[in-house]
Design a protein around this ligand. Structure first.
Ligand SMILES: Nc1nc2c(ncn2[C@@H]2O[C@H](COP(=O)(O)OP(=O)(O)OP(=O)(O)O)[C@@H](O)[C@H]2O)c(=O)[nH]1
Ligand SMILES: [Mg+2]
Length: 428
């Protein structure tokens, strides 16, 4: 998400790093770089112009800014563009609308899982009767996540919607998936309008595909005129999407983004927090999202006992295995790297070898408990056994042992450094 944009924005500020007082010329240069970066990221031109105009006015007013202070101003202006009201969903019937293939059905499943995990009673329902497979697709998703699905026998979208209204009283949320079309057409709009008047939804959510960028937003306007959208979910923010569309939504529609989809899996939906997005864009990473994912991937007490061991310098291979599993649970590593503060842009091209991680896990699993606790007892004959057991080679086993030694050394070093970690300087 935003890798390119973040890299370019960081680049614009990098040029100013060595200058103690940034003057008008440097401000203009930086703004030009930012303009290019934002337009390339697919942010609507009028939004870019507006944002940079505000930034310029504020920057010129302040005497002798340094690059950090200018960055802070950009952060604040990005926040204004993104908007800052609550992303909470109102209890009730939630209608998912949008063009074909943007991710309505998948997102309905993701949202159902999200709400279920928050402890809400959720029912899911599909009115997409034109494509028989569409209803089945959603039913399967619901089976996977253990959320109730309304099996409607009715054969018109309107009748299914009426059933959903009757059923709703037993739930906090009912998610209503609707049919999509390649283009905005009158028939679709009429159907959606009638579904809306039947269900009186608490939310009408437009599902926009980030890959379609600004074109998608043009259609969103047409939907908004007829249906009065209450929010937007931008899907496919992973992948090659340039992502700038999230900055244009509020300005074009006047409604905010509630969630973003960041992958095909059902847990790859993130609430949209403008401050985190703005931080990510200016290269400060997204520590909160990272921390939340970390919490999910490793139970609290386990994390604590691991932390204690790190502090005492008692880490063994068993703990390394735990860490590897933890990293695996957190999801693809290149995605995580982008969330780390300061390193996002620089490490953009870093590809962490997931195969290597699997291999390491297999090797540690082939060791006995005793070997994991006391790696120094692993002699040549043990190495040969471990390599066989894990389908690897002795040099692979050696590498794991070496990594372990390196990790121990690193931890020893960290322990003697106050304020762990390479945090960038920033006046916050
Ligand atoms: N990478 C990625 N793929 C996604 C995301 N959301 C949905 N998809 C994929 O997009 C494709 C279309 O998703 P659907 O949920 O079927 O889209 P839809 O809007 O319901 O499509 P129609 O019902 O045909 O209009 C599927 O292959 C999904 O896996 C996302 O956030 N990231
Ligand atoms: Mg669908």
């Amino acid at each position: 998400m935003f890798e390119n944009l973040t890299r370019k924005v960081s680049g614009a500020f990098e040029k100013l790093r060595s200058i103690r007082k940034v003057g008008e010329k440097q401000i203009n240069d930086a703004l030009r770089d930012l303009r290019i970066a934002l337009v390339e990221a697919d942010v609507e031109y009028s939004v870019v112009k507006d944002l940079l105009k505000r930034l310029r006015e504020r920057a010129l007013k302040e005497q002798g800014l340094n690059s950090d202070a200018l960055m802070m101003l950009l952060y604040e202006e990005l926040l204004k563009t993104l908007g800052s009201e609550s992303q909470e969903l109102k209890k009730g019937i939630i209608m998912m609308v949008g063009l074909q293939g943007t991710g309505k059905t998948t997102t309905a499943g993701k949202l159902a899982l999200y709400l279920k995990e928050k402890g809400f009673r959720v029912l899911v329902c599909s009115t997409d009767i034109r494509r028989p497979a569409a209803i089945l697709q959603l039913e399967r998703l619901c089976e996977k996540i253990g959320v109730e699905f309304l099996k409607a026998q009715e054969n018109s979208a309107e009748d299914i919607a009426r059933r959903a209204v009757l059923e709703y009283k037993n739930y906090d949320f009912t998610l209503l998936d609707t049919a999509g079309r390649l283009h905005v057409d009158e028939e679709l709009m009429e159907e959606l309008e009638s579904l809306k008047s039947i269900t009186k939804p608490s939310e009408v959510i437009y599902v926009a595909d980030a890959m379609q960028g600004q074109t998608g937003l043009e259609s969103a306007k047409a939907f908004h005129e007829r249906l009065n959208l209450t929010g937007v979910i931008v899907t496919k923010m992973d992948g090659d999407a340039r992502g700038g569309v999230v900055l244009s939504v509020r300005a074009s529609l006047g409604v905010g983004i509630k969630f973003v989809g960041v992958g095909e899996k059902l847990d790859e939906l993130e609430p949209f927090y403008p401050d985190r997005i703005a931080q990510r864009i200016i290269g400060l990473g997204d520590i909160q999202t990272l921390a939340e994912r970390a919490k999910k991937a490793m139970p609290e007490d386990e994390a604590q006992s691991l932390a204690m061991k790190v502090l005492k310098g008692e880490l063994d291979l068993e703990d390394m295995l735990k860490q590897i599993r933890f990293i695996k649970n957190m999801g693809p590593i290149d995605k995580l790297v982008g969330m780390l503060p300061g390193v996002g842009a620089q490490l953009r091209d870093l590809k962490v070898d997931e195969k290597l991680i699997k291999k390491t896990e297999a090797i540690i699993l082939s060791m006995t408990k005793q070997e994991r606790k006391n790696p120094h007892i692993i002699n040549m004959s043990r190495k040969i056994r471990i390599a066989k057991g894990s389908g690897t080679s002795v040099s692979d086993v050696n590498r794991v042992l070496k990594d372990y030694e390196k990790m121990k050394k690193m931890i020893r070093k960290l322990k003697s450094t106050p304020g762990i970690g390479p945090f960038p300087r920033f006046p916050m």
